[in-house]
Design a protein around this ligand. Structure first.
Ligand SMILES: Cc1cc2nc3c(=O)[nH]c(=O)nc-3n(C[C@H](O)[C@H](O)[C@H](O)COP(=O)(O)OP(=O)(O)OC[C@H]3O[C@@H](n4cnc5c(N)ncnc54)[C@H](O)[C@@H]3O)c2cc1C
Length: 226
């Protein structure tokens, strides 16, 4: 029998859950509280995507080398689509300052030390479209998960999720990928399961400013100030 998976949230963790599980033959349903991206390109997504569930949607993001390597090896068509949409691959060589370069002795494995970076909207848009086109995956937008369904007692078995409006989505496995606003601990507490949670402030404040090159202009050289 095909195992069904309900994923709360179609952000990064949700999309990557689908990328990992759908090829194994499981049927994956991603449920996201927000509307889908507007039709069109990365610029449309940046200006028009009402995706309030991801408060940092309009910041820049970078995937570190390990994840970029996984994309290259396991989903080469996705890497191609990300680059075609304007994401940038920045290798170690291109990121060294003049000072570092004086002592740097290149090694073959340096070729794998490449980060993939762009506006978050671009990355999420491209990954989402790639995931949507996979067999076994459905992304349901404007599907706000309000609670978990469960049966039995000790051990309690989660059997699905309840959406705002009353609909129940049954699943063999429920994955909470709803990010920093997750209600998983409260939802489990509603079912009588107490799990301790600790949280602390990261103490980091994050600003992003995006620049666009004017036609005919090229980027200033890297390598000056660290
Ligand atoms: C400013 C900033 C910059 C960052 N830069 C980087 C970076 O450069 N590289 C990097 O690797 N990481 C970066 N991160 C961290 C990265 O963004 C997070 O780790 C990542 O987004 C977490 O993924 P997630 O899927 O858990 O949550 P999210 O990506 O936030 O997705 C959660 C999803 O769940 C949905 N959702 C929430 N509640 C519900 C509900 N009740 N029902 C249905 N859907 C729901 C939301 O709409 C959303 O789509 C950055 C974070 C911040 C804040």
């Amino acid at each position: 029998m095909t195992e069904t998976v309900a994923v709360i949230g179609a952000g990064m963790a949700g999309l990557w859950t689908a990328l990992a599980l759908a090829p194994t033959g499981r049927k994956v349903t991603l449920l996201d509280r927000d509307p889908p991206p507007p039709p069109g390109d990365a610029d449309e997504a940046f200006t028009g995507w009402a995706h309030r569930g991801v408060t940092h949607l309009r910041h820049s993001h970078a995937f570190l080398a390990r994840l970029r390597g996984i994309i290259r090896d396991e989903h080469p068509a996705l890497l191609e689509a990300l680059n075609a949409a304007g994401c940038r691959e920045l290798g170690l060589d291109g990121m060294l300052t003049d000072r570092h370069r004086k002592r740097w002795r290149p090694r073959p494995e340096d070729a794998d030390l490449v980060v993939l970076t762009s506006r978050r909207t671009t990355m999420e848009l491209v990954i989402r479209r790639y995931v949507e086109a996979m067999p076994n995956v459905e992304i349901r937008s404007e599907a706000f998960v309000e609670g978990l369904d469960a049966s039995g007692e000790a051990p309690l078995k989660v059997t699905g999720v309840r959406l705002r409006g009353g609909e129940t989505v049954a699943a063999d496995l429920v994955v909470d990928a709803s990010g920093r606003t997750s209600s998983a601990f409260d939802q489990l507490a509603d079912l009588g399961v107490q799990i301790g949670e600790t949280a602390e402030d990261a103490g980091i404040l994050y600003f992003t400013r995006h620049y666009r090159l004017r036609p005919g202009q090229v980027e200033p050289p890297r390598g000056g100030a660290p």
